[in-house]
Design a protein around this ligand. Structure first.
Ligand code: ADP
Length: 183
């Protein structure tokens, strides 16, 4: 099964994605983790993406595709995937749907969360991410989510593969709801 997780920053995509991937016995891919690793390692790609990460801006689509294209094909060959952080724009979704046979996803899970809950979670997140460090960057990521990524939710809703799950609950309850939603 090929699953895409969409949700605001702080909605729990990472937490749920790992559990879901394990449950489905498919690999989990987080573009945010991948880009942060590259930035931390100071690779050529990492040096290009670091300024976007730090400012809470989206990394340009062409760079994202350089990162995910081959990986998606490889993961698909392993029987599916759970994607966290991709696609994040309608143009990413369209291009990915065209390039993958049968489209990018069998099901898209949207973890909904009120902004004030997201803010509270990001402020208290303990991973020490540079993009969680100040209020302005958090606000910017929320704005980018609403303007760029929420339209992806509508895009997949109109394709009939969207499942919405209330993310404003304890993690185990969200997990149960996600599993129910994909079955
Ligand atoms: P969050 O969902 O909390 O914002 P992520 O770890 O998913 O965190 O993403 C962190 C950052 O990585 C984003 O703010 C953005 O700069 C970059 N990023 C991740 N995935 C993408 C993508 N598909 N397109 C553009 N930028 C991305």
């Amino acid at each position: 099964m090929r699953v895409v997780l969409i949700g605001a920053p702080g909605s729990g995509k990472g937490t749920q994605g790992v559990v879901l991937a394990e449950w489905l016995s498919v690999p989990y891919l987080s573009t945010g983790d991948l880009l942060r690793d590259q930035a931390a390692d100071g690779t050529p790609l990492g040096r290009r993406v670091a300024p976007y990460l730090d400012q809470g801006e989206l990394v340009p689509d062409d760079l994202i595709f350089d990162v995910v294209r081959d990986r998606l094909k490889a993961l698909e060959a392993r029987g599916g995937y759970v994607l966290d952080g991709f696609p994040r724009t309608v143009s990413q979704a369209e291009e990915a749907d065209e390039s993958m046979p049968g489209g990018l996803a069998d099901v898209v899970v949207y973890l909904s969360l009120p902004d004030d809950v997201a803010r509270e979670r990001l402020r208290h997140r303990e991973e020490g991410r540079t993009d969680d460090a100040d209020e302005e960057t958090i606000e910017h990521r929320l704005r980018v989510f609403h303007s760029e990524t929420e339209p992806v939710v509508d895009y997949y809703r109109s394709r009939g593969i969207l499942r919405s799950v209330d993310g404003d609950r304890p993690p185990e309850e969200v997990t149960a709801a996600v599993l129910a939603a994909i079955n």
